[in-house]
Write a protein that binds this ligand. Structure first.
Ligand code: PAN
Ligand code: ZN
Length: 196
């Protein structure tokens, strides 16, 4: 059997690139509405528009039974105490699940069941894998001091729905408290910000 080009991939943990795949770059300005502290977000944007994360996705294989995968790389940092994060989404084909594998750095996956609203938070670092079931919003957060690099593998027919979560955002936030990550209900965090 001849090995076609799309059966083999090489990825670079330092640049976040995947040979042959386009690199999607998400800057601070692309994350309007994602961070809870809107004042801190606007103030940060005035200072510059840094890259928050990149994703390089291999989408060659098509059809029933096929798999796609993406290499994500999130830069360290926070906005108003909330760690750098991905936009987050749910798969357009709701039953489609995904496996995340940590490759470098330290972070967390924030999951939220669309049907029950229940949240779960799971660590993501080298030698760990997180299973994201179907019908679940998922967001990745970098809680470390260096880049967080991971790979996500999902069905080729999953599709990405960003609109459903963009409207109301995740119910929980992951913020830095005394240098450590703390999971808080969004409402509680907003109250704390408005009091100070
Ligand atoms: C991942 C994500 C990646 C970036 O490959 O696409 O972490 O997050 P956003 O897509 O929310 O910007 C994945 O979950 N794919 O299905
Ligand atoms: Zn996904």
């Amino acid at each position: 059997m001849k090995i076609p080009q799309d059966l083999f991939s090489e990825f670079d943990l330092e640049t976040g690139s995947l040979k042959g795949a386009p690199l999607i770059v998400r800057r601070l300005s692309d994350l309007q509405g994602s961070f809870a502290d809107t004042k801190a977000y606007e103030a940060a944007l005035k200072r510059g528009d840094p890259i928050i994360y990149t994703v390089a996705a291999m989408q060659d294989v098509e059809g029933e039974g096929g798999l796609h995968f993406g290499l994500g790389r999130i830069m360290p940092g926070n906005i108003g105490g909330e760690y750098h994060l991905t936009k987050g989404h749910i798969h357009s084909h709701r039953p489609a699940s995904e496996v995340y594998i940590g490759l470098k750095g330290e972070g967390m996956m924030l999951l939220e069941d669309e049907r029950t609203g229940e949240s779960a938070v799971l660590g993501l670092k080298p030698s760990t894998a997180v299973y994201v079931p179907g019908h679940t919003f998922h967001r990745t957060v970098n809680t470390g001091s260096g880049p967080l690099v991971y790979i996500g593998v999902y069905p080729a027919n999953a599709g990405h729905d960003y609109g459903a979560i963009a409207e109301r955002n995740f119910r929980k936030v992951i913020v830095a408290r005394e240098g450590k990550p703390l999971l808080l209900p969004r409402e509680d965090f907003l109250k704390q910000i408005n009091r100070s």
